[in-house]
Design a protein around this ligand. Structure first.
Ligand code: 2YG
Length: 290
């Protein structure tokens, strides 16, 4: 799990309008619309202003990242939720969030970043939301899969669900991971995918790149006009990549948190979903966009 830093989160709140415009220029949608539609909720309507989000700092493991919880609350507010950061951390912060009537709790330790929808106790995992949001963003930026090839770098908690989602949406998926054990697991989970080495040959044939690894590839390997969706942190594409790519979609926290919040809002507000205790690792197939 790659850990964010204060430098990466400090300006998220202030930069949300420009980040939203950047996402819209690449995909045709901003954070609100894209996260909502990535869950297949296009036609449903929810009054987000009626929901309150509490961001709760957790001190376990490597401890609090200054600015992380503030960024979460800012993202929630930008989407239209009411939100606050609890004064206390850990279980006292949970107690405070509940006492102040939060409908959704956001909290992350070193292993898991989750949204808890309080009424049903559903836990929504950031990794699957990252896969959902960034797969959908890539599909929108490409104008639809229509059998185009995508090279997925990394078959971990984000790359693997993303490869499954994009396969289901009609992409030709190739997966590269340096870890043979992860590749073995990936083969059994997604037998239809191609398994490759992330070398110059493979990279230059890809119309689309989904980078779910902490690394990246040398820009000189990229096909001119390639579209890249890169949730991986830290962002590490070089100037050559910026010159060759038609679009590089990346942010450290905003898109995946938006998907978590929309998922939680849908559970708490859409009656047909309110009793559904969603599995941690994937939305019901019926939810994935038609
Ligand atoms: O409460 C705090 O400030 C800390 N306990 C937060 C620790 C978060 C650690 N995890 C990460 O930095 C990332 N995995 C978060 C997800 C990034 C978006 N995909």
């Amino acid at each position: 799990m790659t850990r964010l830093t204060t430098d990466l989160v400090r300006s998220i709140g202030a930069d949300l309008p420009s980040a939203d415009r950047a996402l819209r220029s690449r995909t045709g949608m901003g954070y609100l619309e894209l996260s909502w539609n990535s869950l297949g909720l296009g036609d449903s309507r929810i009054n987000l202003g009626s929901l309150t989000v509490a961001a709760i700092p957790l001190t376990s493991g490597l401890g609090v990242i200054p600015g992380f919880s503030r960024a979460l609350a800012d993202i929630a507010e930008y989407l239209g939720f009411r939100s606050f950061v609890t004064d206390r951390a850990d279980r006292e912060g949970v107690r405070e969030g509940l006492a102040k009537g939060a409908d959704i709790l956001l909290m992350a330790d070193d292993e898991l970043f989750a949204a808890v929808e309080v009424a049903t106790g559903s836990m929504i995992d950031n990794s699957i939301c990252t896969a959902l949001g960034y797969s959908f963003a890539l599909e929108k930026a490409l104008g639809g899969w229509n059998g185009q090839q995508v090279l997925v770098l990394g078959s971990g908690k984000v790359g693997m669900p993303a490869a499954e989602i994009m396969t289901g949406r009609g992409a030709e998926v190739s997966i590269a991971d340096p870890d043979p054990l992860k590749i073995m697991r990936a083969r059994s989970r997604l037998p239809s995918a191609r398994f490759v080495t992330a070398n110059k040959e493979e990279v230059k044939h890809a119309h689309a790149l989904f980078n779910a690894s902490p690394g990246s590839v040398p820009g000189a390997w990229l096909r001119q006009g390639v579209i890249i969706s890169s949730p991986g942190v830290p962002y590490s594409f070089d100037g050559e990549a910026e010159a060759r790519a038609k679009a590089i979609i990346h942010d450290p926290l905003q898109l995946s948190t938006s998907v978590m919040l929309m998922w939680s809002a849908a559970i708490s507000s859409l009656s047909e979903h309110s009793v559904m205790n969603l599995p941690l690792d994937r939305p019901p197939a019926s939810w994935l966009w038609p």
